[in-house]
Design a protein around this ligand. Structure first.
Ligand code: C2E
Ligand code: CA
Ligand code: CA
Length: 782
């Protein structure tokens, strides 16, 4: 709990406040101590001064009184009538008494005594006094005398009948009671309790202004005689006192005492005021500290709030106004950080939603837009189209990526020129574009798709390079084909694949396309792994040299034995692999596999020419010739023992680059064959330019050769044409003896087909070949 409390309050503000409070407390304590000490000393000094002054006042007063008494007594003693009365005192006491009483009253003394020449009393104001008097008073001057336990200031003056004589004839003595000297008036005069005493074990107190109980307590208490302040406790009442001797060498002392509470009254007063002032100062300091700490921490707290907002992605303008330099630079840093984040977020937004190359929205935005359009559509029809550029990979490989990119920009530009209403175009990736039409202005999807395809009829001019580009467009319709963006895009993609397969410029999605496509798409993702996993295999089909009746060459044909789908015919995946570009891996794998097999046969004494099928894409693969030559030397195979079969349509797709590629291969000494010849539309002129060695007549013309007259004419013409051009001929799809015989008649170079053998795995091919040779041997013998 304490830990939690500490951590909750472990803030800069609390620390500053605590530091401040601590400093204020220290300053206050020191101030209080110093001032209190100074004030206390000052109070003491004042008290001491006061008591010293009071002491001298009292001394003066006593001196005065003594002097007055002495002078008055001297005067009386010299008074002629008084002298006379004293001289006649024995006869007339009454007159002397009356005169003396008169003087006593005038001088305001407490008693008088008249002594004769022998110091024997003549008369006294109080007879008891005389009885108690146990000392001689006949001594000139004043002094303190104790009579009957009472203390008096007593004055005595000698009476001389003859002034010039030395003889003393009597004494006049008067006394003032100590209590009349040490009276209320004295307190009022000095403000102190004054006591005249003779210190001793039990002090002899001559007179005092102290109240009776305290006074009697005092007599038994020891006192200090030095002239400084001492505390003393008298019956629970505390006093501060000072002792001053009555006169130099006197045994009497004046004790000046003040009740403690009065002594330090001003000190306590001052202390109280001081504490009040310090308390107010502390309060002000505290408020100032809070304001200061707030002025430091508030901007920081504001910055913390701002950073938290930024963290949550809310951008704020609520930054602290001008504060300290440090906070200002922190504010500036956080502001710039926010600006940086905003800027980068915009960039990311742009990257996330726009394609940099074409400045069209990208796939993300496309699917978002499609989702939005669907949400706003109210079940109105939405047309979604996926468009891609035919053979873009080839183009890219041939003209280079830079020009390929430029082409994509031009395609995007051309696309932008088309509009039927509320259109949305995006680049989905690679050479694929996505189109959304929410308003079709009465145009059917077919019309829109064909109009877009027509946009690309005109060739593109890329810095002098003129490129013919065709596009394929797959169309899906909301709400018929799917009701969400994902589904629609997928359906449009399926339609796109279908139109590629059928060489149409566009296709509208139909459910039948779906099953096929999904399966095929899945296959494609598996193909690469299948190659590595050894699911693909080459089968070999012999080609019979018709004239010599010998097997001099063989064609390898790929087989995919899928662990789930079983046997997949090449027609089901080769075309797709061509579209996705995966064909390259297939070709590379096939070439290596085939040449490896050929090496084995060669070592076994069968010198066979190996024919490998390559596709149009392989023709534009710049690395293919080098790869082939590597394999030839690796397996030590002569180039003329390798035939590459390329379909007529692959060559005619782009005859010029095909010719270039074929020339390179031919220069290496490799045999080249045009496969499926007769299905394409090659002209004589084109055929002449082709650097090939062999025409492979498509099996469509051969299968029914035995029975179909037209096929016979066709095949015969093709064979003659080829021979005119110096090319060898191969007829594939020979399924019966008659066809073979006819081919022999028309001098076709080679025959290939089920009549001889189906394509076989290598081992079975070996068996077949051995059997074929044996058969031939027997024929010879026969
Ligand atoms: P193609 O090159 O024209 O191969 C000949 C096709 O005809 C083979 O089909 C073969 O089995 C079949 N055939 C051979 N003799 C006869 C016959 O007497 N009667 C009939 N009805 N058919 C016969 P397959 O093996 O299904 O191959 C189909 C196509 O797949 C091939 O046509 C070729 O274009 C392609 N292909 C096969 N293997 C490869 C390969 O390794 N690479 C490439 N790029 N394409 C290949
Ligand atoms: Ca072939
Ligand atoms: Ca063929």
């Amino acid at each position: 709990m304490i830990k939690a409390f500490v951590s909750r309050h472990n803030t800069l503000r609390t620390r500053l406040l605590l530091l401040f409070l601590f400093l204020v407390a220290v300053i206050l304590a020191v101030t209080l101590f110093v001032v209190r000490q100074a004030t206390y000393d000052h109070s003491n000094q004042q008290l001491l001064n006061h008591s010293q002054t009071s002491a001298s006042v009292i001394r003066d007063k006593i001196d005065n009184q003594s002097e007055l008494l002495e002078t008055a007594l001297t005067d009386i003693a010299k008074n002629f009538s008084v002298i006379r009365l004293i001289a006649g005192a024995k006869e007339d006491t009454a007159s002397l008494a009356s005169a003396m009483l008169n003087y006593q009253q005038r001088l305001d003394t407490d008693f008088y005594i008249v002594l004769d020449e022998n110091q024997a009393p003549l008369i006294a104001s109080d007879s008891i006094l005389l009885s108690e008097l146990n000392q001689s008073l006949g001594q000139e001057g004043t002094r303190w005398v104790q009579i009957n336990n009472q203390h008096y200031l007593v004055g005595a003056s000698p009476v001389k009948f003859v002034q010039t004589s030395r003889k003393i004839n009597g004494w006049i003595i008067m006394g003032v009671h100590a209590s009349r000297i040490f009276n209320q008036e004295l307190i009022e005069l000095t403000g102190l309790q004054v006591t005249l005493l003779k210190p001793g074990k039990t002090h002899l107190v001559l007179g005092s202004t102290l109240p009776e109980p305290q006074l009697s307590a005092l007599t038994t208490q020891s006192v200090l005689l030095d002239a400084s302040l001492h505390p003393i406790s008298l019956l629970d009442k505390n006093y501060i006192y000072d002792m001053v001797s009555l006169s130099d060498e006197s045994i009497y002392y004046i004790m000046l005492a003040t009740p403690e509470e009065d002594a330090y009254l001003s000190y306590y007063d001052l202390l109280g005021q001081l504490i009040l002032v310090l308390f107010i100062a502390a309060l002000i300091a505290l408020v100032a500290a809070m304001m200061l700490s707030n002025s430091i921490t508030n901007p920081i707290l504001k910055l913390v709030k701002a950073t938290n907002q930024i963290r949550q992605g809310e951008y704020t303008k609520d930054f602290p106004a001008c504060s300290t330099k440090e906070v200002d630079s922190l504010t500036f840093a956080i502001k710039s950080m926010q600006d940086g984040i905003v800027e980068r977020e915009e960039q990311i937004q742009e990257l996330a939603y726009f394609d940099k190359l074409t400045c069209l929205p990208n796939r993300n935005q496309f699917s978002e837009q499609l989702t939005k359009s669907i949400a706003n559509s109210d079940k109105e029809r939405i047309m979604v189209a996926m468009m891609d550029v035919d053979r873009f990979k080839d183009i890219n490989d041939t003209v280079g990526h830079h020009t390929g990119d430029r082409l994509l920009q031009l395609i995007a530009d051309r696309l932008r020129t088309y509009s039927v209403g509320n259109d949305f175009y995006a680049r989905i990736g690679g050479d694929e574009f996505g189109l959304i039409f929410t308003e079709t202005n009465g145009h059917s999807p077919q019309i829109i798709a064909s109009e877009i395809a027509e946009l690309f009829d005109k060739p593109f001019n890329l810095d002098g390079l003129v490129l013919d580009v065709a596009v394929s467009i797959g169309v899906a319709l909301y709400p018929f084909d799917a009701d969400d963006a994902q589904g629609l895009m997928q359906r449009a993609d399926i339609a796109l694949y279908s139109c590629k397969d059928h060489h149409d410029s566009y296709a509208i999605y139909k459910p039948e396309l779906n099953k096929h496509s999904v399966q095929r798409l899945n296959l494609m993702s598996e193909l690469k792994e299948a190659l590595a996993a050894g699911q693909l295999e080459l089968y070999y089909q012999p080609k019979l040299s018709v004239a010599s009746n010998q097997i001099e060459s063989v064609e390898c044909l790929i087989r995919w034995i899928h662990p789930v789908h079983g046997f997949i015919p090449p027609d089901d995946f080769i075309g797709l692999a061509e579209q996705t570009g995966a064909i390259r891996y297939v070709t590379h794998w096939g070439l290596r596999e085939a040449l490896m097999q050929q090496r084995k046969w060669c070592q076994a004494g069968h010198d066979l020419n190996m024919a490998v099928n390559i596709s149009a894409l392989d023709l534009v693969d710049m690395k293919l010739p080098a790869y082939v030559s590597e394999l030839l030397s690796e397996f030590n195979v002569e180039p003329e023992k390798l035939t590459l079969e390329v379909t007529e349509s692959a060559i005619m797709g782009d005859p010029e680059s095909a010719i270039k590629a074929l020339n390179t291969l031919r220069r290496m000494g490799i045999v080249l064959s045009i496969d499926d010849f007769g299905t394409g539309f090659s002209s004589m002129a084109q055929l002449k330019k082709m650097p090939v060695d062999e025409l492979k007549i498509d099996k469509a013309f051969v299968l029914d050769l035995a029975t179909n007259q037209e096929d016979k004419v066709m095949v015969k013409t093709l064979v003659a044409l080829a021979h005119n051009l110096g090319l060898k001929t191969v007829a594939e799809g020979v399924e019966d003896e008659e066809a073979l015989n006819y081919l022999q008649q028309i001098n076709c170079t080679k025959a290939q087909g089920y009549h001889l053998s189906r394509p076989l795995p290598a081992a079975q091919f070996d068996e077949w070949h051995t059997e074929f040779l044996q058969q031939k041997g027997q024929d010879k013998i026969a």
